[in-house]
Design a protein around this ligand. Structure first.
Ligand code: ZN
Length: 494
């Protein structure tokens, strides 16, 4: 796929706004999303039938040119075949923008590419299966517009999209509109998606931004080097290498607050006529009321995610702007959540709630924006299990023990604060010039003894490609933002 070159001093970022659609616009949008799904399914079935045909022909002893020609799996070749067939299979195609079908074909091209790369070992991570047909129930509704009239209107309360025209937004678009007006931002594409009971529009934008500069009005903290413990009880505990607690951000527990409401809604859904018949254990058509309850549950979850994202965004901006070196722990959150089952449900919920990975991701690109440095401790660096006074260890510390009491020197300290201090010292030893040079803390022991130094840093050299991005789909056509290590445009964490 062609890569888009991001000019120096610019970067790709996303701006997302909730849309306020009229009923006519809702049905137009649903028609576009349905068109995307149709193009995906139709071409997937075509690709499959050609594959089957070729393997059948091979079994008769045919080979080479005698076989049915294969279908190319690139977006361009899928689009070519689709354009040749659309009049016959989808005579209504002109009702929607061509971008609708392109969105479906793009998703198919990516799916096929991921499958073949995964099968040949050219793709890491979990094995990727062959693309499945999209059903109305399972497929997310989403369309991406890359060409045509895409803009934010000067009144700052409307956006314009191809074929759909002027659409009102729930919130002001001024953050983007201002930048577009003074030409420090250019809109590359717009993705409309239905999530949490709302239609959202993400503009992918090329934005000019002073990289590595702290805003003039932000005063630096007296503590250039800090460690950040991402906790369960408090969202963040920030400490300096000398043991000072710099800041403590309590976790807003939106999920806890919304929990009662969710529980009530889920009980209600259980009494309603759901998609499975408990007696015969078969699928059935769910009732309208069940569907309405499900929509409400989705909205509560979306609200929780929004509150959480807001708290994390504010906390990480303050950190990246005020300090020079920020050391964070690497928590294996995915592993912690999947192991333990029901026994660990309370903790798992809290971990999911606090979205630890999100903090790392946000700090990753914000430290590049503001010229600070993110240092990641090694995954198994024992920041909570080490005494911040004498460096002694307590290997069997449970998460329930909120206070660390040292067996060697008798220190009693808040567990999260102790961990933050240890992390700050680790960051301190890694950065000689900015460090205050304690050099004798537990981090120093780690360095010398076991060679477990901090292993990841953000590098200003990557600044040109580091984009903060709140869009939730990956877009290959616009630079390598999704591929850089410093910023990955992934929206809601798990
Ligand atoms: Zn001690």
């Amino acid at each position: 796929m062609a890569r888009f070159e991001v000019p120096d001093g610019w970067q790709v970022q996303a701006y997302r706004f909730a849309l306020d659609l009229t009923p006519a616009q809702v049905s137009a949008m649903e028609s576009h999303c349905g068109g995307a799904r149709f193009a995906f399914n139709h071409m997937l079935s075509h690709v499959k039938s050609v594959m089957d045909q070729r393997s059948a022909e091979r079994s008769y002893g045919l080979d080479g040119d005698e076989l049915t020609p294969p279908v190319g799996w690139s977006l361009a070749s899928l689009r070519k075949v689709w354009n040749g067939r659309k009049d016959a299979v989808a005579p209504w195609w002109a009702e929607n923008s061509k971008e609708a079908y392109n969105s479906g074909l793009d998703a198919l091209a990516r799916g096929l590419d991921a499958w073949s790369k995964s099968r040949s070992g050219h793709r890491g991570g979990a094995a990727v299966g062959f693309p499945r047909f999209k059903t109305r129930a399972r497929a997310g509704k989403s369309v991406r517009f890359t060409t045509g009239a895409i803009r934010v209107e000067a009144d700052r309360h409307h956006v314009t999209l191809p074929r759909l025209g002027r659409i009102r937004t729930h919130e002001s678009t001024r953050k983007l509109a201002r930048r577009v007006e003074i030409d420090t931002a250019r809109i590359l594409s717009a993705t409309v998606r239905f999530a949490g009971g709302r239609w959202l529009c993400s503009f992918q934008v090329l934005a000019q931004r002073a990289i590595g500069a702290r805003p003039a009005h932000i005063a630096g903290s007296a503590y250039p080097v800090v460690g950040v413990d991402v906790g369960v009880k408090d969202l963040l505990v920030v400490a300096a290498p000398d043991g000072t607690e710099v800041a403590r951000v309590p976790a807003p527990r939106p999920l806890r607050v919304a929990q009662d409401r969710l529980r009530a809604l889920q009980r209600r859904a259980a009494r309603q006529h759901g998609p499975y018949d408990p007696v015969t254990d078969t699928r059935r058509q769910p009732s309208k009321r069940w569907q309405r309850t499900q929509a409400r549950i989705g909205r509560v979850h979306a609200h929780v995610a929004a509150v959480r994202r807001d708290a994390l965004a504010k906390a990480t901006t303050a950190l990246a702007q005020q300090h020079q070196v920020i050391t964070v722990e690497t928590l294996f959150a995915a592993g912690m959540r999947s192991k333990g089952g029901a026994r660990k449900r309370g903790l798992n919920r809290a971990l999911g709630d606090a979205a630890l990975a999100e903090i790392r991701r946000m700090l990753g690109y914000k430290t590049v924006w503001y010229g600070s440095e993110l240092v990641a401790a090694p995954r198994f660096y024992p920041s909570s299990k080490t005494c911040s006074a004498c460096g002694g260890r307590k290997p069997n510390l449970t998460l329930a023990e909120r206070t660390y009491v040292c067996e060697h020197c008798g220190l009693a300290i808040d567990r999260d604060l102790g961990a933050a201090i240890n992390l700050a010292r680790l960051g301190d030893t890694r950065t000689g010039e900015t460090g205050t040079g304690t050099g004798s803390g537990p981090a120093a022991h780690q360095q010398g003894g076991k060679g477990r130094g901090a292993n990841q840093k953000t590098r200003p050299a990557h600044a040109g490609t580091a984009g903060g991005c709140e869009a939730s789909t990956r877009h290959n056509t616009t630079s390598g933002v999704g591929q850089t290590g410093t910023a990955s445009p992934q929206g809601e964490a798990t």
